[in-house]
Design a protein around this ligand. Structure first.
Ligand code: AHR
Length: 506
């Protein structure tokens, strides 16, 4: 026997829109994410367009990825964009001091990144350098990218072969300013964010969405300081427009930082610890939102979770600075429950970015030479893509007592759900986190019916199962065991599974 749950969904009571940008990605100059993962160079035998790996582009296009954050992470605060333009053979080299102390040849720069975004149909999200750059450097980068007409930076761009400006909306004012981005205090960084934001101009009709480098985890004091700096509490009705959003980073760790544990070899107890850590995302978003509400009750300032995902020990024998880890069904369930949390906070949450797209941390893709693997996490993004820009449908979920499990000081609910509707297409996502037992779920749909319901499932025999170039046991499959009982849909979710139910709202 297993647990049970009833999810009441009113098909005619609509919540906030789930921005497609909650399904965003992040690619840093780190290990084999950019070099080898996205970029192989024009002379590579691996099929490419202008050096960009076509198998990876095709796999990402199938996810409808809405945006891509680049060039870091920590790397962003030591990146000097002018080193990455012009003829590749003339570009200066540098040392990537954060990630493995390896040489960076700057072959993947501004033009290559924007070409990649164009191929993907994704919006660029560029993180500027506050930690070791200058206001002028950042200001000129914005001008180079987005200005039309005539100006020194426009002339430079044209000399490098790009006539028209690009549209770049998302602009990061540094990264982790409290840590690798300069070890700053919140007040000091808040002043810098205001200063840098001032000189990141809107050129023509390109309007920047400036994102201040926000807090780590539950550092609500950092968020409070930033919000205070953009508001004139008591004397202004609305926040000033220095920046339009602030970020927060939260990674799911199973063990302590010094011993995070293996991505593939873990016990059931480790698994539940991972899931309890993942569930903390809800409290963290809630905490930052509550602080923001005090300064911005109209919720015009966005919260951007621009780094999230699992962080395990690197795979044995790989460079510790490259953060290469395998990806199992456990990672997929971390992703599916994160999305339920993100959907619930759709009103404040403007964007979220998985760390990272290829070959680093909780990737959706892994490459090995010319081989490509779609990880279990990839399938969650694919199965959930109907939630992008859909209207959320609040889910009222009640569960039996045995769908709760005490993990340390966390009471973990082993059932999770969210739902949305877009153009009449309803998508319900359901996760059973229980490692060993099934969960009987009743979808009590009110205010309408679901015509022609179909379902898909992602699960595997073992939580540790993962995909390789030879075998992909953790892939989405049709799930046919949908029942109807007194107008409600019933289904039994197998242990450790993620299921989506789709249909048309009637
Ligand atoms: O994603 C890896 C690193 O994690 C990023 O560079 C940094 O921002 C964070 O600490």
């Amino acid at each position: 026997s297993g647990s049970s749950g009833r999810a009441i969904i009113n098909l005619d009571i609509e919540g906030p829109v789930i921005s497609r940008h909650l399904y965003g990605h992040f690619a840093e100059h780190l290990g084999r994410c950019v070099y080898g993962g996205l970029w192989v160079g024009e002379d590579s035998p691996i099929p490419n367009e202008g050096g960009l790996r076509l198998d990876v582009v095709e796999a990402l296009r199938a996810l409808d990825i809405p945006n891509l954050r680049w060039p870091g992470g920590c790397f962003a605060d030591e990146y000097h964009w002018k080193d990455g333009i012009g003829p590749r053979e003339d570009r200066p080299r540098m040392v990537n001091t954060h990630w493995g102390n390896v040489e960076e040849n700057n072959h993947f720069g501004t033009h290559e990144f924007l070409a990649l975004c164009e191929l993907l149909g994704a919006e660029p999200y560029i993180s500027g350098n506050v930690g070791s750059g200058t206001v002028r450097e950042m200001s000129e980068w914005v001008e180079y990218l987005t200005r039309d007409g005539d100006s020194p930076m426009v002339a430079l761009r044209r000399a490098n072969g790009r006539e028209e400006p690009w549209r770049v909306r998302f602009w990061g004012l540094g990264n982790e300013a409290w840590g690798c981005g300069g070890n700053m205090r919140a007040d000091y960084y808040a002043d810098l964010a205001r200063q840098y934001a001032t000189y990141c101009r809107d050129h023509g009709d390109n309007t920047l969405y400036r994102i201040a480098a926000g807090a780590s985890d539950a550092d609500y004091a950092w968020t409070e300081t930033l919000m205070r700096q953009i508001s004139c509490f008591g004397c202004e009705a609305t926040p000033k427009n220095f920046f339009q959003a602030l970020s927060v980073h939260y990674y799911t760790l199973t063990g302590p930082w010094e011993a995070k544990g293996s991505a593939t070899e873990f016990t059931t107890e480790d698994y539940y610890r991972t899931m309890a850590a993942a569930a903390r995302m809800d409290r963290i978003i809630q905490g930052h939102s509550t602080v923001m509400d005090a300064y911005d009750p109209a919720r015009r300032v966005g919260l951007v979770v621009d780094e999230w995902g699992t962080w395990f020990d690197v795979e044995p024998g790989t460079n510790p600075g490259f953060l290469f880890q395998q990806n199992t069904l456990r990672d997929a369930l971390v992703a599916s429950t994160h999305f339920d949390i993100f959907h619930r906070h759709a009103e404040r949450l403007a964007m979220a970015n998985l760390a990272q797209t290829v070959n680093v941390l909780q990737s959706v893709l892994l490459t090995d030479g010319d081989q490509l693997v779609r990880t279990p996490t990839y399938h969650v993004f694919e199965m959930n893509k109907g939630h992008q820009d859909a209207t959320s449908l609040p889910v009222h979920l009640t569960t039996s007592d045995d769908a709760r499990r005490q993990v340390g000081d966390t009471s973990l609910t082993t059932l999770s759900a969210s739902a949305s509707v877009r153009d009449g297409a309803v998508l319900v996502s359901l996760t059973n986190l229980d490692a060993d037992r099934p969960a009987e779920v009743t979808l009590d749909l009110r205010g309408g019916t679901l015509a022609e319901p179909t379902a898909r499932i992602l699960t595997a025999d073992r939580l540790q199962d993962h995909n390789t170039p030879e075998r992909s046991p953790v892939s989405a499959r049709p799930f046919t065991e949908l029942g109807v009982e007194k107008g409600a849909l019933t289904l039994t979710l197998p242990p450790h599974s993620f299921v989506t139910v789709s249909g048309r709202r009637d």
